[in-house]
Each structure stands twice: as C-alpha cells, then as structure tokens.
Design a protein around this ligand. Structure first.
Ligand SMILES: *Cc1c(COP(=O)(O)O)cnc(C)c1O
Length: 403
C-alpha cells in the first residue's frame, strides 16, 4: 500500500495459529469481515454457525453463552447487560397488550416496578401472588395469564417458596414460567429439574431460568450482566428475536471477566455459604435479634421447601436477613449499620466484600396479602470472602453500640 494510514489498517501480518490456552481470547468487534458476498449471505448467527456482527456474537460471548447454558442445565443462553435486563427481556418477548403476568410478593423489587411502570403503560396487567401459598397462584391464573415469575428464596426476606409445586401449577395450566435463579447461581439447585430432596426430576422446574450474573458468576463486584436460559428451541428463538430487535449487547471485557470467574464459582459459593451460616447461627443467639431468615435454618420460613429442592445437606447462598427486636427503631438500626466497619453498605452481593442493607419490608409488600407480620427492622447481610472471625468481631462491636 502506498499510504501509511492505509498500511496501518491493512497490514498483512497475522498472529501465528497454535496459541492454545485454557482462558479464551477477548474478541472485540462491531464489524466482522466476510471472505466474499456468498459467505456474507450464508452465515447464520442464530445457530452459532458463524459470526456476522458484534451484536450477534463473538467467540468470547458464544463461549460464555455455552458455559452459562451448561451451568443452568439448559441448552440455549442469551446474555444481557444486567440481571434486570434479563428480567425485562423475558416480559417484553412474551407479553403483549391484554396479557397478564403474575409476580410473587417477595420478588426482586425492580421486577414488580417494571410491571407497575412500562408493562402497565403497554396494556399488560399484573397480579401479585403469595408464593408461600400455591392455592393463591392457582386461583390467580386466568385466561390472559401468559407468564408467571418464580423466585426462591424471596429477595430480602429469604422465605423459600414451594418451588416444585408452583412450577407444576404453571405446567398444568399451560402458562410459561420464568425463574429468577440468582440466589442458586446454578449451584444450590437446578432451575429446570427440581427435587425431591436434591434429586433432579427432569422437566419439573421452570421453562426459563434467569440469573443476574452480576452476583456470584461475576464474583468480583465489577461486572453487570444477566442471562436467560431455555431448553425449548422455539421459546429461545422468541426471546432471541426480541433480544436482537432491542439491540442489547454485552462487552467483551465483561464476558471475559465472567469466564475468568466461572471456574471458581462453586468454591466461592460454598465458602460464602459456610461463612454466612456461622454468622447467622451466632446472630440467632443474640438478644437483639428476634428472627433469623436463612432457608437452611430449621425455624426459617420455608426451610422444608429449601430441603426439598436443595437437599437436607444442601447448599445456600451466603445471604441471610435478621429481624431485630422491635424495641430497636429504624434510627438505631441505621446507626448499627453505620457502625459496621468490614460490612459495607451496598446492594449487589456475591463479591468478595461483605455487605449490609437495612430494609423497610412492609413498604415493599402488597398490603392485600398482609404477608409481613414482623414489627422489627430487617437487615440483610451478604457474606463476602473475609475471615469469618473478623466479620463476627465486626458484628459484635456494632451490636454492643446498639445497647
Ligand atoms: C441483583 C438481582 C437482579 C438484578 O441484577 P442486576 O445485574 O443488578 O440488574 C435480579 N434478580 C435478583 C434476585 C437479584 O438479586
């Protein structure tokens, strides 16, 4: 070439083949170059038989999709720029004006907010159901119900719902079910194949399994990403079509960060589980605490449902909540949270840093269901990867100030 700027772009050097390493390369592209027009016309990104455009997939994103589908026990995976985008894609792909979606009362809050905001605006109705009572779900499924959300345990309040029963009701009534399986992370239980007692019964779970990869799969507190996994090809193509039309892509560096963290997912999950159980058991013995909410503990709501899908000695995320004695008002609990030094105030769990958030649960619940009887303030804890003794000492010094 004659001009330097052209040579800089069309330089003939190619890196040598034969660099095989366990970790994938970070492939970044908007444009993908085709060898000729025939190849350009023949390639199909939908079946992953070729690369057409960065938004349609790169070697890095295809690899992550395959790994997440395997993690969840599904066959196809769609990656999105956040867990919430995975939730909203599901609704946008499957619902139209006149349809109805059912959402559990203890669902991840922004899922309800989407129903109250955009979905309502688009003529899609929703009802909140009591997920601890399968008869309530049964009664609310109507002729326009097209999608039922499932989540176990409930966000923040940690009740473990009768998941297999709820999924069975959806199947019997012919309604698509979508499970937000962020808590399980594909480790504690399989969203497609549920119990009994940790055994896997094929097809007993949800039709769609959604996860905020932001939490455990990322594990670093530095990536926002979501996944939508299916087993049914037709359902996948519906979701994928909407995904493409909306133009939601993910960045290659983020995909690589999750690929790097996935091999240690189970190790981290079990370590954070063990830390959380030690902290929970210790807190349960404190006079300041009225109730512990952790599904692996016997007197926590839905404990037997947790046993049913995770097994008697099953796993749990490193997440739990406590309801403080009602003699401590919201201000004193805020001061307790402020007094913690290792536990940081922050929302997105699953990373190395232990976190804490005080919640006003009554304001988050449907008043009709009246399913939050507690008077004391709830605080949610998320165990990180610090030494458990240090975390316990931190809790102790902050509790001592509570007086
Ligand atoms: C965090 C979370 C999400 C949303 O994930 P983002 O990546 O933060 O959007 C969805 N569902 C559950 C249960 C979550 O905990």
């Amino acid at each position: 070439m004659s001009h330097q700027i052209t040579d800089l772009i069309h330089h003939p050097y190619q890196p040598p083949r034969g660099f095989e390493a366990p970790q994938p390369g970070v492939f970044k592209a908007s444009t993908v170059i085709f060898p000729n027009v025939a190849a350009m016309r023949a390639r199909d990104w939908k079946n992953k038989n070729g690369y057409t455009y960065g938004l349609h997939g790169t070697p890095t994103t295809f690899m992550l999709e395959e790994r997440i589908a395997a993690l969840e026990g599904g066959t196809q995976c769609i990656l999105l720029p956040s867990g919430l985008a995975a939730v909203s894609l599901t609704g946008m792909a499957l619902l139209k004006a006149g349809d109805e979606v059912l959402i559990p009362d203890n669902a991840y809050g922004p899922n309800k907010a989407l129903a109250e905001g955009e979905l309502k605006q688009w003529g899609i109705t929703h009802q909140i159901y009591d997920p601890m009572n399968p008869d309530d779900l049964q009664a609310r499924i109507g002729p326009n119900t097209r999608l039922v959300w499932l989540e176990a345990p409930g966000s923040v309040t940690m009740e473990f719902v009768p998941l297999a029963q709820l999924a069975a009701i959806c199947r019997e009534r012919g309604v698509t079910s979508a499970l937000d399986s962020t808590w399980s992370a594909g480790v504690a239980f399989n969203g497609f194949d549920l119990g009994p007692a940790g055994a896997r019964v094929p097809g007993s779970g949800a039709d769609i399994v959604v996860q905020a990869l932001t939490k455990y799969p990322s594990g670093g507190g530095d990536v926002l990403m979501g996944s939508v996994v299916t087993r049914d090809e037709a359902l996948h193509l519906r979701l994928k079509g909407t995904h493409m039309r909306l133009g939601w892509g993910i960045g290659a560096n983020d995909a690589e960060a999750v690929l790097r963290s996935l091999p240690s997912l189970a190790l981290r999950y079990h370590a954070q589980d063990a830390t959380a159980r030690k902290l929970a058991a210790w807190l349960q013995g404190r006079a300041e605490v009225a109730q512990l909410l952790h599904p692996a503990f016997g007197d926590s709501p839905g404990h037997h449902h947790w046993q049913a899908v995770c097994g008697r000695d099953g796993a749990a995320a490193g997440l739990f909540s406590v309801v403080f004695d009602e003699r401590f008002g919201a201000e004193r609990i805020d001061a307790f949270c402020d007094a913690l030094r290792l536990f940081k105030l922050g929302y997105s769990w699953g990373g190395p840093v232990s976190l804490v958030v005080p919640y006003d649960v009554a304001s988050m619940r449907s008043p009709r269901l009246g399913s939050w009887p507690n008077k004391g303030v709830l605080v949610r804890f998320s165990a990180g990867l610090e030494a458990v003794d240090d975390l316990m000492a931190d809790l102790e010094q902050a509790l001592d100030r509570l007086g």
